[in-house]
Design a protein around this ligand. Structure first.
Ligand code: HXC
Length: 289
């Protein structure tokens, strides 16, 4: 950490501030250009990242993705943080990858330069990530939300993969995660027509788990993050790994993974504490060990 704090790079300072708990009012004086970063929740155990590029409806430019990844890295290595919330503004979670940035890219730029190689960071987070979506979640914005573990939506949220209207296709998991989330027919319709779906349709299709009034989504997402963060961080990561196995493995392989992780919980202090607390009729005091 000392090395990080000493680093001259502009974006290393907030990471140090976050770790040292000096982040109160941090968002106001953020050194990040495209995002606001804070810890939230009564115990300051929820990492909070707000996309903050309002004039472009939070279009995901390269710089924004780099900052997002950096903030995620810092929250992932912060032992106090038990869950992370990503949100945008009331008008837009994110209106997609930055079209102006992509407009003149060539195939050689994309393929040779591994365009989008660093876009997957959210999906590899070990801590749970909750998307609090208001307004537009389109293209890369919808894909970013789908990389999160839980999606809460505001009543006016709209989800879509409109890349087809731009002569391209989703490139950050849209055709894969959307299809797994909502099924083939609706995914095909959205990807092939570019039509958007409402929060209510997204909830009905299983893309989002809860809908709230726009001004309540973020606080509800933080409250969900706090609830998760009260559990053992160690066991939460194992539970997340096991659920994610359902997307990658056969049923038999997934059940094997689950069983191995379940057995592994018996090697932890927190499993012992959880069951002992139940028997002793008291609240468990997890230590993430
Ligand atoms: C760059 C964008 C943008 C985007 C909006 N803006 N979306 N800039 N990239 N994806 C900018 C506009 O150019 C404009 O700035 C400002 O944000 C406000 O947008 P308006 O269009 O004036 O707002 P509105 O009329 O309310 O319409 C909102 C909208 C529309 C429906 C969301 O902006 C829109 O259709 N945006 C594009 C959505 C999209 O196609 N997303 C997929 C992108 S491709 P200026 O300065 O010009 O006025 C993608 C590929 C993913 O995501 C591949 C893997 C990552």
């Amino acid at each position: 950490m000392a090395a990080l704090c000493r680093g001259a790079a502009r974006l290393t300072l907030p990471i140090c501030q976050i770790r040292q708990g000096l982040y109160r009012g941090y968002s106001a004086g953020s050194s990040f250009q495209y995002i606001l970063v804070e810890r939230k929740g009564q115990s300051q155990n929820v990492g909070f990242i707000q996309l903050n590029r309002p004039k472009a409806l939070n279009a995901l430019c390269d710089g924004l993705i780099n900052e997002l990844n950096q903030a995620l890295d810092s929250f992932e290595s912060d032992p106090q943080v038990g869950a992370i919330v990503i949100t945008g503004s009331e008008k837009a979670f994110a209106a997609g990858a930055d079209i102006k940035e992509m407009q003149n890219r060539t195939f050689q730029d994309c393929y040779g330069g591994s365009f989008l190689a660093h876009w997957n960071r959210v999906s590899s987070a070990r801590k749970p990530v909750i998307a609090a979506v208001n307004g537009f979640a389109l293209g890369g914005g919808c894909e970013l939300a789908m990389m999160c573990d839980i999606i809460y939506a505001g009543e006016k949220a709209q989800f879509g993969q409109p890349e087809i209207l731009l002569g391209t296709i989703p490139g950050a998991g849209g055709t894969q995660r959307l299809t797994r989330a909502v099924g083939k027919s609706l995914a095909m319709e959205m990807v092939l027509t570019g039509d958007r779906i409402s929060a209510q349709e997204a909830k009905q299709a299983g893309l989002v788990s809860k809908i709230y009034p726009a001004d309540k989504v973020v606080e509800e997402a933080i409250s969900c993050g706090e609830k998760i963060a009260r559990n053992s961080k160690l066991i939460v990561s194992m539970a997340k790994e096991s659920v994610n196995g359902a997307f990658e493995l056969s049923l038999a392989e997934g059940n094997k993974l689950e069983k191995r992780l379940f057995y592994s919980t018996f090697a932890t202090e927190d499993r012992k504490e959880g069951m002992t607390a139940f028997v002793e009729k008291r609240k468990a005091n997890f230590t993430d060990q």
